[in-house]
Write a protein that binds this ligand. Structure first.
Ligand code: AMP
Length: 450
């Protein structure tokens, strides 16, 4: 199928051609025609599937181009609002909006925390009609009256499950309550994209969307087909040295490594740099400037390895990123799909490797069930995997275990708890939001290790 069949305007088709987009992805084929007709949609789609263009292209077409210079309070009026969970995603979606919207007179602004409000206000005032925002910063602008949402015609919740998981439900509700249901006699268009649909998402969708069309992509596409996924079993204490050995021996460049805690991310960077492998970390303790700079250096290939937590990695969009490594499996199984979606993007080939220690074996099985296939394993000379911990843990659950064995297992449990404390807590939400959250990110304590 070509983009032409989707009934996009000639000027947009021209832009897409220039960008080298020859045919729409599955989510684009399904979502664009519905959105062009003005329907609300509830779409399930992961990052890497082309979902951004799926909602941005029809938004650009549906919004009226306003060439008049805005005066007075009108200067703060926004016509399309895209809510996203993180700063990085806000920037990424805005970059795409500008890229796709080159032939239009629309202007977009990214509103996210960690930077001063002033320059964002100037951008709003100088004619932006599309805002891509994280919820906390948007509420700051609302409070300061530096944005006016009374004429929002199109509202999009991108990665809704992530936003809720990060505790933004109250913010989202507060923002949605401010939006008009109709502008003149035209109904507001509401769009929701989410990778998963827990009951809380369905509840929000029910109140937010009006007669939505459901858009799904094939389950098979959940874990991108172009990504070769492999597992390397390894003893936990050997993970660091295995990591540097693999990168060096295979001469890998542009390697994105995922880890669950900020502290672990910093430790990996320290280890790799010590091994003369240039690496940087991006996580919630890094300033916005540092995060943007690290990402930029990684994109330009001046830095070989980027180590990221799941939260910070949202919005990393690098075409043809060849290697993704899970230093540890994610806290939430669904994040495995998000993580590997960083490679094999836009139909390019990629490789995703997971370093799995004994304590992660059970979770790996859950992930294999989620993606509907077993993952092949690889081995490396000099890294022999032994599974002592698993044997000890098994004994705890065995009814006939002796007191001595139970004691040993308890000590092991304590040692693990201590180690976990030392390694730091899993990455929480970025501090881009002055509002106190009622529900924070789910505690991963039942899953984590190290
Ligand atoms: P997304 O899932 O929106 O983050 O997009 C993933 C990547 O696919 C981005 O780098 C897009 O620029 C790219 N992309 C989106 N749609 C297409 C398409 N139809 N053809 C080629 N590349 C695309």
């Amino acid at each position: 199928m070509s983009f032409k069949t989707l009934k996009l305007s000639t000027k947009l088709l021209h832009t897409l051609k220039k960008l080298g987009y020859t045919e729409p992805t599955e989510i684009q084929q399904k979502a664009i025609p519905l959105l062009l007709k003005g329907h609300d949609i509830l779409a399930t789609s992961q990052t890497g599937t082309g979902k951004t263009a799926g909602f941005v292209l029809p938004m650009l077409e549906n919004l009226k181009e306003d060439t008049e210079v805005k005066q007075g309070d009108d200067r703060y009026k926004i016509k399309a609002l895209i809510l996203v969970p993180t700063r990085e995603l806000a920037l990424q979606v805005q970059t795409k909006t500008e890229e796709y919207g080159k032939a239009f007179s629309h202007k977009s602004v990214a509103l996210y925390g960690g930077v001063k409000l002033g320059s964002q206000t100037t951008q709003i005032r100088s004619g932006a009609n599309i805002a891509i925002a994280t919820t906390g910063r948007l509420l700051d602008h609302i409070k300061n009256k530096t944005i006016n949402l009374s004429e929002v015609e199109i509202v999009i919740l991108d990665e809704a499950d992530k936003m809720l998981e990060m505790g933004f439900i109250d913010d989202i509700r507060a923002i949605l309550a401010l939006l008009p249901k109709k502008i003149g006699d035209k109904k507001r268009q509401s769009i929701m994209f989410s990778a998963t649909f827990p009951p809380i998402i369905m509840k929000l969708a029910k109140s937010f969307l009006e007669n939505p069309k459901i858009v799904e992509i094939d389950k098979e596409n959940l874990s991108t087909k172009q990504v070769a996924q492999v597992v390397h079993y390894v003893n936990v204490e050997q993970k660091m040295s295995l990591l540097s050995t693999l990168i060096r021996n295979n001469d890998w460049h542009q390697v994105l490594i995922f880890t669950n805690t900020k502290l672990q991310a910093d430790k990996i960077v320290e280890h790799l740099n010590h091994e003369k492998i240039d690496a940087r970390a991006i996580h919630g303790d890094k300033s916005q400037g540092q995060r943007i700079e690290a990402l930029h250096a990684f994109k330009n290939k001046t830095v070989r390895v980027l180590v990221a937590t799941d939260v910070a990695a949202r919005g990393i969009d690098i075409i043809n990123l060849p290697h993704v490594i899970n230093f540890e499996l994610p806290v939430k199984n669904e994040d495995y799909i998000h993580r590997i979606g960083r490679t094999g993007r836009a139909k390019q080939e990629g490789e995703a490797l997971s370093l799995v220690c004994t304590e992660e074996v059970a979770q790996l099985k859950e992930i294999e069930t989620l993606i509907n296939k077993p993952l092949p394993t690889i081995e490396t000379e000099g890294f022999t995997y032994t599974s002592n911990i698993q044997a000890s843990s098994k004994k705890v659950s065995n009814k006939n275990s002796t007191d001595e064995e139970k004691k040993k297992a308890l000590t092991l449990k304590k040692a693990k708890e201590f180690a976990q404390k030392m390694m730091g807590k899993p990455e929480m939400l970025p501090q881009n939001n002055s509002k106190k959250k009622k529900s924070g990110r789910q505690s991963p304590s039942n899953k984590r290790h190290f």
